[in-house]
Write a protein that binds this ligand. Sequence first.
Ligand code: PLP
Length: 516
Amino acid sequence: MDIKYFAFLQHLLRFDRQVYLDHNATTPVSPAVRRKMNQVLTSRYGNPSSFYGLGRKSAQMLEQARQAVANAIHADPAEVIFTGCASESNNAVLQSAAAQCLLHKKKIVSTPIEHPSILNTLAYLETQGVRVEYCQVDGQGRVVLADLAQRVDEDTFLVCCMLANNETGVIQDLPAVTKIAHARGARLLADCVQALGKIPIDLHAWEVDYASFSAHKLYGPKGVGALYVRQGAPFTPLLHGGHQESGLRAGTESLHNIVGFGAACQEVDQLLEEAGKLRALKRELVERLRRASPDCVVNSPQDEAECLPNTLSITFPGVENSGLMGMLDFRGVAVSAGSACSTGEDTPSHVLKAIGLSDQAARQTIRISLGRRTTAGDIRYAAQVAQEYITGRASFVNMLAPAQLNENILFDPNTFILDVRPPVDRKKSKGLPNAHEVNPLHVEDYLKQLPRDKQILVYCPGGGLSIMIAYYLQAKGFRRVTNLRGGLDAWKKRRGDLFEKYAGQNVSVLKPDAGD
Ligand code: PLP
């Protein structure tokens, strides 16, 4: 959502408190990282490939950053390639492995709980002739090693297994997975994005062949990743061009980001020391949420050694996550349903389904991920808001699933459709038929025209802005307010037929209330 809408809504709703509990999506940049990056942006603008002093200085900073990343993951600097993001790192390994090995071996074995940057690339490679098999995970998301061992055979050229999962926090026994891969002559790619800065990583000791990392998950900047390629492991670049990164990744290096990544890695030891504090806060959070909802189910492994210290996946039976998240958001608490990459989609999380949750249970699950600035007060506040919602003490708006929005509702005379899309989005796409458009920055100027005896169906592109406005309307005494979950985008995906047939029909533009 555009920041100006947030600022406006916060002003309108007078909720100043912000509690950020979505650190697995991304983290705030640490002050030390920002200082280093500023220094580069201010005075180290030389191209690291240039031979003169300014360029050499930049090249030196680049290598210092590489050393810092290598130290944090127990690797040699020569094994670290900087990339644009971890998605690129994952793509590079998978495409390189497929290109090199397709002639000899045809199979990749992975897990069903990988990040979309792995799963969607694997789906693509399948169209190119690669065979992909997924091993079983148990109810906690742990790879079933016996099943993996059965699937990895002489025809397997790569095993692909994340170190820690972004949704549940489950940690895999990577050394055991590597042993299985190597015993059959296969290589191992480990997505270590969520693990760095949360648990110790020792790539050399574990004999991992390839690993991916992303700076923005550990208080570094967005837009820079790293790829570890073990000495001697085959690798064909994804990007061809200049000789940067020893010819393994073309493109002028994003020096400020890379230096920021290096600075973030210098804080890894300190982050690991803080893990105990995060665990204690997570324990307290679970206790409080259990009191709020005794039948809640914790999906993250209960054994602390098997779970990231900051991550909690929890299901509240009977409580739809979109409504709960909307209320938390309304009160300034940021959590998520699954990975940030799937936000806005109406499909239940593949990770939760793989560990045995039903579609319904997955839609009743939220992910809470704590960070170094999380306080006990934040935990109490978030648990309190959740409790008020779950126990029905906080009134909440209805949520309409995109698939449920059919002709009966679209043309129901007792439903008033309120389009709160920002003007830029209205230009991009037609909207729901029979809708009434208002300026989302001035909703308070239209209240007299909104019917109090009808259901008001509020929608926006993604469902986030509209739920805040829905809560605002409810606070203003409108009793029957419904939010379209996932917004117009989700509805278009679900009911493309209805969108084609009716979008944009009979839309009216409301004028602000007279006299205001
Ligand atoms: N792998 C995992 C486990 C992740 O959580 C993420 C980010 O959410 C990625 C890969 C992709 O990272 P990036 O945003 O740098 O592409």
